[in-house]
Design a protein around this ligand. Sequence first.
Ligand code: FMN
Length: 312
Amino acid sequence: MKILALSGGSKNGSNDAMAREALMGAKQAGAEIEFIHLLDLNLKPCNGCIACVNGLMMGTNGDCVLKDDIKWLAEKIFEADGIIWVMPIFEKGAPAVLHIVRDRLFGPAYDPGLNFVAGKIAEKTGQGGPDPRKFIQKVTSFIGIGGSDWSTRISADLNILAMTRKWKVIDDLVFQWSKSIILDDKAVAQCHQIGENIAKAAADVKNAKFLGDPGVCTHCHSRNFYFAPDNTAICEVCGIEGKIQFIDGKIQFVFPDEMYQHAHDTMPGKMKHMDDIYHNETKLKEQKKLPEFKNRVQKYKEFIQASVPGKV
Ligand SMILES: Cc1cc2nc3c(=O)[nH]c(=O)nc-3n(C[C@H](O)[C@H](O)[C@H](O)COP(=O)(O)O)c2cc1C
């Protein structure tokens, strides 16, 4: 059983230290361990070319066309049974490096729903199909570390990772005013415990349970919601739609049972999303052939060129 900790902080800073502390806990619980400092890697942002989706829709693995360290990181994640993310809080949420990893390894290319369909297509096209390791459920835990009390989005930013791959979240902790967390024995012990917890959970993924704050969304534990103009409350992490009510003085998120079938981490939810996207993409493909579409693209291109360094 192997536990991998990924830190998004500065070299040997608080996040690296707490990632290592969590790994001490995991090692104590019997796990093999590995540590990656994400900023050591060459990781380019997703450029939105959707070569991955197009590849999957032809029954291939949908490999990314960008050449950098993402494949190496993907292999490290495949090799681990449990992954701990330790991220500094930047502007209330996750830092840019987490967003890069999320878009590239926890977006469409690695979604089990899309990859399931790719497997079916591969049976017809005779292509190799997706890497079967994309379907293996893992356990994951989150640690967010901030220098102040601006931290309202970090948990949502991290939990969305688990939605895409249907991973089980074990712990989800946010530390405020924690630039000197290394001297805070209580926080250090909590990070150590997160390591122990995930090692135990990784040994029995099927029965692993969430150990953190129950939150407001009873499906994914999120405390982050979007309120639509009609007062519908939409969970920002799992996408379930319902209403917020005050019952016995407490906030409660209530929604019909069928909403579970729309959650972003359920197969029916993923299939519905895929179906919607398929229809939209098919429509776009046809629209792109229209002279009117081509003329408008040309008009915008000709209007102004993008500035780049080194050119006046
Ligand atoms: C660009 C930037 C934005 C930040 N925004 C926040 C913030 O919104 N909330 C917060 O609590 N801390 C914020 N911080 C403080 C970082 O969370 C803190 O410096 C970091 O956790 C230190 O970790 P390290 O020692 O591992 O680098 C910010 C820091 C930077 C550099």
